[in-house]
Design a protein around this ligand. Structure first.
Ligand SMILES: C[S@@+](CC[C@H](N)C(=O)[O-])C[C@H]1O[C@@H](n2cnc3c(N)ncnc32)[C@H](O)[C@@H]1O
Length: 281
């Protein structure tokens, strides 16, 4: 069957679930994953055909999309900071806001010869791997409570050909870190249960709740614990970078300040929401 013709079928089948632009995006991501053909290449090869067997693979994608499963989990990959990452249901799908946090760390450290960095709650490993790719002389460690997430993160370090040390650790019960670091970064769970109604259904249904949610009554518990450890295990003038809950900017600043950090700076993401914070020990 001509892939062009299959595209019409793909559009029609998904029309009641998504808008045309989204369906187009799913179609071209699948085309690239299955056939290594980019959108522009298809325009150049309009007579490209898929076999019956290939069509069955496409149908599997189509049927899973109808259940609202994110395309990244269906195809098993996503792109982050220009790199390809394997993802599955044990890891959060890396977000564009987190790319901005990586960008901020790199802007702050690109000119330094070498530094040690720790990422807390690493998930797919997107933060430490993107950092290591751009700061090849830095020593980079990352931890997560989830063994399954760490398997994904380790696989991603191999895919992207970088060396990162991964550790399984529950940061909430940790009494120390295994060394001093120049930079500690974290995008910890920060969504309150009261915000659940604002969260897209496919996120709630498919992404790991361990990565997302915190108790309404103690929503900054990860930040408090990380600040207390960072205060002890950051080198003098070391920096702390957080991705934060957009509704809790002032509260997060106050918390970080209460641990004695200085030069606290809040940044908005591309959508204009308070999203990340930098502080110096
Ligand atoms: C919001 S996700 C961030 C994942 C990844 N860093 C990213 O930016 O896409 C938070 C991560 O924290 C991990 N996590 C949750 N509770 C934890 C704990 N007590 N100790 C360490 N990691 C934890 C989750 O498994 C999850 O991978």
């Amino acid at each position: 069957m001509l892939v062009k013709k299959y595209k019409d079928l793909f559009q029609n089948e998904l029309a009641t679930f998504f808008d045309t632009m989204e369906i187009d995006q799913f179609f071209y991501l699948t085309l690239e994953k299955f056939h290594q053909i980019k959108r522009v290449d298809l325009a150049l090869h309009p007579n490209f055909e898929i076999t019956l067997e290939e069509q069955q693979k496409w149908n599997t994608v189509l049927n899973q999309l109808k259940t609202q499963k994110p395309i990244q989990y269906i195809l098993g990959e996503t792109s982050f900071y220009g790199l390809t990452f394997y993802v599955n249901e044990n890891t959060l799908i890396p977000r564009p806001e987190t790319e901005e946090l990586v960008q901020w760390i790199l802007e702050s450290h690109l000119n330094e010869a070498c530094s040690s960095i720790l990422d807390i709650g690493t998930g797919s490993g997107c933060i430490p791997i993107a950092l290591k790719k751009n700061l090849p002389t830095a020593t980079i460690c990352a931890l997560d409570i989830s063994e399954k997430a760490l398997e994904v993160a380790s696989k991603n370090a191999v895919i992207n050909e970088v060396a990162v040390t991964f550790l399984q650790q529950d940061i909430l019960t940790a009494t120390k870190l295994h060394q001093l670091f120049d930079v500690i970064v974290s995008n910890p769970p920060y969504v309150r249960n009261l915000e659940k109604e604002k969260i897209a259904a496919n996120v709630l249904q498919f992404e790991p709740h361990l990565a997302l949610f915190v108790d309404d009554n103690d929503s900054l518990l990860f930040y408090r614990k990380i600040c207390s450890l960072a205060h002890e295990f950051l080198t003098p003038n070391g920096q702390l970078f957080f991705e934060i809950n957009q509704y809790l900017g002032p509260e997060t600043i106050a918390l970080v300040k209460s641990y004695g950090f200085t030069q606290i700076e809040l940044r908005k993401d591309i959508y204009g929401n308070d999203r990340m914070l930098r502080a110096t020990k």
